[in-house]
Design a binder for this molecule. Structure first.
Ligand SMILES: C[S@@+](CC[C@H](N)C(=O)[O-])C[C@H]1O[C@@H](n2cnc3c(N)ncnc32)[C@H](O)[C@@H]1O
Length: 198
């Protein structure tokens, strides 16, 4: 499973404070919690999960940080550890040649949502939105290549929605109430886990 989280103002550079993450990082904390929800289980890492964080804030934006469960090492569930990982990774200048691996399972690229979506190849794309069709009835979400795109605490902007529509994204919802992105991810992976057991 792949998740793409679009951070409209999350900093794409390493110049944020670990002691004041929410305000100094443009709410990168929201996106880091999405990594935890998508990739970390009680005793390990989901090796089949990949998360893309689209970082739209600060002088180096836009950039995309990709974390791949198949090869990631030393991923820890606490926000501070994930922030340290992001900060070290974002200190690297990726250039314009696509994703550059900066540590095992972690890569950075210059560019925005399109860069993440291009990296997904021909995967079916799902835009998560409270008004979307019910996830529980949705066919094909257990496809290992399926991709799910979420907004940050401020939701999607018009450009992101247009990009996703142009790429044929199907809109899915996990229920009528607007939730935090990390909680939406927990519900999506739970539904996929349940289908895998059937
Ligand atoms: C905190 S919400 C964004 C809230 C923002 N103020 C807005 O109105 O869009 C973060 C993201 O979680 C996803 N989301 C929230 N609730 C959802 C739901 N019930 N079903 C599917 N996705 C949801 C959406 O992708 C949303 O952009």
């Amino acid at each position: 499973v792949r998740f793409v989280v679009v951070g409209r103002r999350a900093r794409a550079s390493a110049d944020f404070s670990l002691d004041d993450l929410p305000s100094s990082s443009g709410r990168l904390d929201v996106l880091l919690r999405c990594i935890r929800a998508a990739m970390l289980v009680s005793h390990g890492v989901r090796r089949d999960a990949t998360v893309y964080l689209v970082l739209g804030g600060g002088p180096r934006a836009p950039r995309v940080l990709r974390v791949d469960g198949a090869s990631a090492k030393f991923l820890r569930p606490d926000e501070r550890s994930l922030a340290i990982l992001a900060r070290k990774s974002l200190a690297v200048e990726p250039g314009d040649a696509g994703f550059i691996t900066v540590r095992p399972g972690v890569a950075v690229a210059s560019g925005s949502l399109d860069v993440a979506l291009d990296d997904l190849g021909t995967a079916p794309i799902h835009l998560l939105d409270p008004g979307g069709a019910d996830l529980r009835e949705a066919p094909g979400i257990e496809d290992p290549n399926a991709a799910f795109v979420l907004g940050d605490d401020s939701g999607f902007d018009t450009e992101a929605r247009q990009t996703l529509t142009r790429r044929g994204a199907r809109t899915l919802g996990v229920g009528p109430v607007g939730l935090h992105a990390e909680d939406v991810i927990a519900i999506v992976v739970n539904e996929i886990d349940r289908r895998a057991r059937r």
